[in-house]
Design a binder for this molecule. Sequence first.
Ligand SMILES: Cc1cc2nc3c(=O)[nH]c(=O)nc-3n(C[C@H](O)[C@H](O)[C@H](O)COP(=O)(O)OP(=O)(O)OC[C@H]3O[C@@H](n4cnc5c(N)ncnc54)[C@H](O)[C@@H]3O)c2cc1C
Length: 592
Amino acid sequence: MSEYAAPLADMRFVLENVVDLPGLAKLPSFEHADPELVYGALEEAGRFFAQQFAPLNRIGDEQHSRRNDDGSVTTPDGFKEAYRRYVDAGWGGVPFPADYGGGGFPWLVGLVIQEMITSANMGFSLCPLLTQGAIEALMHYGDEAQKETYLPKMVTGEWTGTMNLTEPQAGSDVGALTTKAVPADDGSWRITGQKIFITYGEHDLADNIIHLVLARVPGAPPGTKGISLFIVPKVLVNDDGSPGERNRVDCVSVERKMGINASPTCVMAYEDAVGYIIGEPNLGMRYMFTMMNNARLSVGLEGLALGERAYQQAVAYAHERRQGRAPGAPAGESSPIVDMPDVRRMLLTMRSQIEALRCLAYLNAESIDLARRHPDESVRVWRQELADLLTPLTKGWGTDLGVELTSLAVQVHGGMGYIEETGVAQHYRDARIAPIYEGTNGIQAMDLIGRKLPMRGGGVMRDLQAEIGRTVEELGNGGDELALIGDRLDAGLSALRDATEWLLTDGLANPVDALAGATPYLRMCGVVVGGWLLARSAQAASRLLADGQGDADFLRQKLVTTRFYVDQVLPQVHGLVPAVTAGAGDLTAASF
Ligand SMILES: Cc1cc2nc3c(=O)[nH]c(=O)nc-3n(C[C@H](O)[C@H](O)[C@H](O)COP(=O)(O)OP(=O)(O)OC[C@H]3O[C@@H](n4cnc5c(N)ncnc54)[C@H](O)[C@@H]3O)c2cc1C
């Protein structure tokens, strides 16, 4: 069975050389996030999740979370105890303010820990992920009393949170939801309706579950303009903070799924349940949107985390499994498959895209931190724009890659990959949900071309491309190896510029044409931005090698990885331009 070891050296390399953790640690209110202290904490986190949660991954897959006849839900063996240890160690509170019992660390640091949790056990990771989303909503829009009542216990993890958007007729089109909220005499509300697919809607890990529920108040306008956001606790909380009555919210079933079996995906029934409105009526969708960057980044990270776990397993298997004779190997001896060129191609395809994705996700998180905390307003504005632009890339490209990378890990295992016993198939099954939830990847692509590309009339995307162009120039002056990487990156950038300018002119003039090319465009953006960030890794590796600093073997591997990416992954963008610019003609002409 596979082990998981947090890739601490790779993580640290990105934190120091692609994003700037030391710079973040100098910002007001992050001064305590001294990089050496952070690296120590990450080491500890890596050990914790590898020891406590990675071994439960398979058990969770086999046992599933189960609904009992009384409506309670039992998580798989060992989850409750491991969760208790997680709460005691305080891991859930790392990126939240100290006022509520959190660690007050940058979001970036929280994200690195989240990568570890997810690699170790994705079925478990969804519990803190959803809790984090609910905390964010309350922190930004809750009133003082609500914050005081719920946040301290949610930040520590004593209570968990959920997000209730989906109904049978309201999936991607959240505006179609019909759950009702009517005012009660005491200022609270009564919520009635059914929500489906609610992650950790019911479970036995915590004493209370704080559901955030989208519903319509009487007279609300139709669509997304008429949605309000409510707090609906499973157990009502008395004024003195003690547990009160059980609220009228029940888990009526737990779905059987393709993967993430440890995560209970619940159908929830609200029957005149007591709820408390967050903020103003009818602004619920606006509140959800402001926290979506973080939630989508977290889901994008799932692609990276599962890719990493599956990669580690594939490398271990490729060393173990002997089959045939590798070119140049002595006659009469079988070779480990890791010596076969095609297996090496698969492993490097995985590794290069995992590393590109890690750079992208961390840059996305750093941008969120800088947009919130940098003292210079122009930096805050640019980083907010960058976070807005990068988020659909991290979510869409990241989760598509999660499926592709875990599929490659199955392939490295040959027939054994298809057999559940090896455990690698689980990563593939688990990864398949991520392109679907938190806005399907089709919706991410629409968001990219419909909302993000038009920001400042295309100016944000053009500014990002100009930054990539500056890296190309620097690479050109960095010696032969970097110059070659720069040439390849420049060619990819030029394809991206062509596609972008077409979308900003012809495409957006006829939105159906732009929509038809949205998904290949998102991929192009992901692949080029990934290449840019790997090129920056190569620059840093080359500089460190020249200075005689760091582990030379590790740094040389960074150069190998980037070269492979720019030679074998990046060129796909040239083939994508025609798909972006084809328009909708064939799609509308086709009959199904
Ligand atoms: C395991 C799991 C956990 C989940 N957890 C939660 C949770 O905790 N809370 C919660 O509220 N929800 C949750 N969901 C729901 C999830 O977010 C939705 O399934 C998702 O938003 C897609 O909605 P849908 O299933 O109705 O698909 P649909 O909206 O029916 O989409 C079907 C297909 O049509 C495409 N499509 C739909 N509309 C458009 C359009 N306008 N343009 C182009 N293409 C379009 C989609 O991209 C997709 O490919 C979960 C779902 C699952 C399976």
